[in-house]
Each structure stands twice: as C-alpha cells, then as structure tokens.
Write a protein that binds this ligand. Structure first.
Ligand SMILES: Cc1cc2nc3c(=O)[nH]c(=O)nc-3n(C[C@H](O)[C@H](O)[C@H](O)COP(=O)(O)OP(=O)(O)OC[C@H]3O[C@@H](n4cnc5c(N)ncnc54)[C@H](O)[C@@H]3O)c2cc1C
Length: 370
C-alpha cells in the first residue's frame, strides 16, 4: 500500500489554512505551522466575491462563512456627502470579519485532522528530490513529501527557494481600514468619492451588525505611519467626507489600535510556482493590489486547485506542474486588472468609466470556472 504523503504548510493565513483543510481532505497528512502565536482576534473585514464563495462551497465551507458574515448583491456609488449616485446589481458576494474567517478555516483544517502549530517557522530546508528535509525553529528535524509556502506577500520561503528577485514592490497606494457598527444603507459594496474623483472611501458589511470602511491613499513613496497616531491621521484624511456613514463610523474610532494601515506591496511570480517539492500558494505567489477584493479569493482557489491536482495526478511533480498551469492565467488576469484600477485611481485625470468597465469585465471573468 502506498505510504500516506506528508505535507508541511508554512503559514496558516487564508491560503495556508484553506490548503491545510483541502489537502487533508485529499488524503494527505498535514502539518501546518505559523509564526503568529494564536488565531488573530482582531482585524478588518474582507469581501469574498462570487468566485470565492463558489470555491468555498466546493469544499463545504460557504455556508459557515455566510452565516457568520453578510451576503450581498449590490454595488453602490455615492458622492462624498453620502448622496447615492448609482446602484447596480453585483454578483453575490459575502462580507465578513477576518478573525471569523480565520476561525472557520483553521477550525475546518483541525476538524479534518490537520495538525496546526503556532509560534513556529522553518529554520532550514533541503530538497532531496524524493522528499524535503526541514528543520523547524524549535529544533525538530522532519521530512515531508511536499512543502507549501503560504507565508504571505513577504514570504521568506519564496526568497530562500526562488531567490530574492520576486520580492514585492510598492504599487503607489496604501489602505486605511477600520471596523464600525453597520448602518442599514451599508448593505453591499459601497463607494464614496471626493468631488475631484481622486479620493475614495469604501464600506462593506461584515455581519448584520458590523461593517468595515477603507480609505485609499496615493503616494509616490512607500509610506510609514507612526503606529500610535493612526486614528488621528485617519481622521485628518477623512475630513472632506461629510457622508454620515463615514463620520458616524469615524466617531467610534478612539485609538490607534482600531485602525489598520497597509501599503500595497505587490508581486506576481512567473510559472511554474514550484521548485522541486516546494510550491508557492496565495500571496507568496501573487500579491495583487486589493481593488478587485480578490487576493484572499485567489489564495482560496489556489488551495482548492492544488488539492484537486494532487488527487488527480500520478505523483507530486505532475500535480505541481498541473497546479501552476491551471492557476497562472486566471491569477494574472485579476492581478493586472487590480493594478490597472489602482493606476486609474492615481491618474491626475480620473477614469471612472474605464474603471467601472474593467471592474465589471473582471467580475464576469471570475464567474468562469477556475
Ligand atoms: C487593504 C487590503 C484589502 C484587502 N481586501 C481583500 C478582500 O476584500 N478580499 C480578498 O479576497 N482579499 C483581500 N485582500 C487580500 C488578502 O488579504 C490577501 O490576499 C490574503 O490575506 C492572502 O492570504 P495568504 O494566506 O496568502 O497570506 P497571509 O494572509 O498574509 O497569511 C500568511 C501567513 O503566514 C504567516 N507567516 C509569515 N511568515 C512566516 C514564516 N516565515 N513562517 C511561518 N509563518 C509565516 C503569517 O503569520 C500569516 O498568518 C486585501 C488586502 C489588502 C492589503
């Protein structure tokens, strides 16, 4: 009888936790490690588009996400005062709180039999061809048939195995994010634009009771904000937005720990996404700007496709080749569209019509089978 294959998943974020679950369901013995010490209890929201919900449904997790978040089917555009300008139907998506998504994905992986260990990383790794020898940061020496690098956009494993040339670069924008109680009008993907069209605030429901808001800031240089001043700096930036949804939400923000600031650092690794028996997944392989709200969705799709490839291929090398081949064009389409939208927003002359057309076209593309 063939020996059960052992996989190490490095990173238990959205991609890693989903992969730990899907690979376990595909019959592999799964060990998943993460440097963080516990499942995050705080964090902003996330929008799971129609294709992401379909991928989650394929592995039996969509319902839990929908129950914990809020499903929506509308895309609304407003001016900075909150006046509704356009309301369009959108493909059915779901907004939810990131800690809830983490709880569901990690819980599913553990219930399926994956072993998750926190506060742990890879100290050393040698690919011997038929197996990978790994030294963990607690000194344990392990061997695996496969190592999945799901350690995010700043992946150390990618640097080690693929070289430093795939490091992220700054895309010229950063996001400010914060949570708030949900007013009834935040019942879908809502955008609020300044009169000159160059500044955008967004709001997305994350449950019946909550929503999250984001503000995009353009800059030539990579911005570094003082962590203890985030709430003050956010307030300054949103002064021109008098929409009650925005100002009422902002009134709930009383300290810097309620604000998440993150520059958009992007990368797209060309295929194949494996070297020997080490394979990239999620942001480690492709970290897009968030305009298409799809980075997490692409990581979830990666995890579903990787498990399918392993289940249907003769061996791990064939499975890894099939995985990159199936994923690359789709991921590149989303990555390119996200970056183009990000550039439109930085353009001295805003391009709202082109941006809306590209968004719609890419939504439709995402509806195609992955
Ligand atoms: C402003 C913003 C808004 C976004 N909105 C959306 C959205 O609405 N919808 C959507 O689908 N996507 C969205 N995204 C993208 C999404 O957050 C990412 O694509 C997604 O988190 C990628 O998941 P991941 O598991 O690949 O990486 P991560 O979520 O970054 O997880 C990586 C994990 O690896 C761990 N790790 C790191 N280094 C090591 C190491 N050396 N050893 C062990 N563990 C390690 C980390 O602790 C972490 O838990 C957004 C991104 C941004 C910046």
């Amino acid at each position: 009888m063939a020996k059960t294959k052992r996989v190490l998943v490095v990173g238990s974020g959205i991609g890693g936790a989903t992969a730990a679950y899907t690979l376990r369901r595909a019959g592999l013995e799964v060990h998943c490690i993460d440097t963080k010490l516990s499942t995050p209890a705080t964090g902003a929201g996330i929008c799971l588009l129609h294709n992401t919900m379909r991928a989650l449904a394929m592995v039996g997790l969509a319902e839990q996400c929908q129950e914990s978040g809020l499903a929506f089917q509308v895309f609304k555009q407003h001016d900075a005062k909150g006046q509704l300008l356009v309301s369009n139907p959108a493909p059915p998506g779901c907004g939810m709180r990131r800690p809830e998504l983490a709880r569901i994905l990690e819980g599913a992986a553990e219930s399926a039999g994956a072993v998750l260990e926190k506060g742990l990383t890879v100290s050393d790794l040698v690919d011997r061809g038929q197996e990978v020898e790994v030294t963990l940061s607690d000194g344990r020496q392990m061997t695996y048939d496969l190592v999945v690098a799901a350690d995010g956009a700043y992946s150390k494993l990618r640097d080690r195995v693929f070289g430093p040339e795939h490091k992220t670069r700054f895309a010229g924008q950063s996001a400010w994010r914060f949570n708030a109680p949900r007013p009834p009008e935040v019942d879908g993907f809502c955008l609020y634009r300044s009169a000159d069209g160059r500044r955008t605030v967004g709001a997305i429901p994350t449950s019946k009771e909550t929503c999250y808001l984001f503000f995009l800031e353009s800059s030539k240089e990579h911005l570094h904000m003082p962590n203890d001043q985030l709430h003050v700096l956010l307030r300054e930036r949103l002064e021109g937005f008098s929409a009650p949804v925005i100002q009422d939400s902002l009134a709930q923000v009383s300290g810097p720990d309620q604000v998440v600031f993150r520059p958009f650092d992007i990368t797209l690794v060309p295929p194949p996404w494996h070297r020997g028996r080490v394979v990239l997944l999620g942001d480690a392989a492709h970290s897009p700007t968030p305009q298409m709200t799809s980075g997490g969705g692409m990581a979830i799709e990666d995890a579903v496709v990787l498990a399918e490839s392993i289940a249907t291929s003769a061996g791990i090398p064939d499975a890894l080749a099939a995985y990159s081949t199936r994923r690359f064009e789709r991921v590149k389409t989303v990555y390119d569209a996200s970056l183009q939208l990000c550039k439109y927003e930085q353009d001295p002359v805003p391009q709202p019509q082109q941006a809306a057309a590209l968004l719609l076209q890419t939504y439709q593309y995402l509806g195609q089978p992955m």
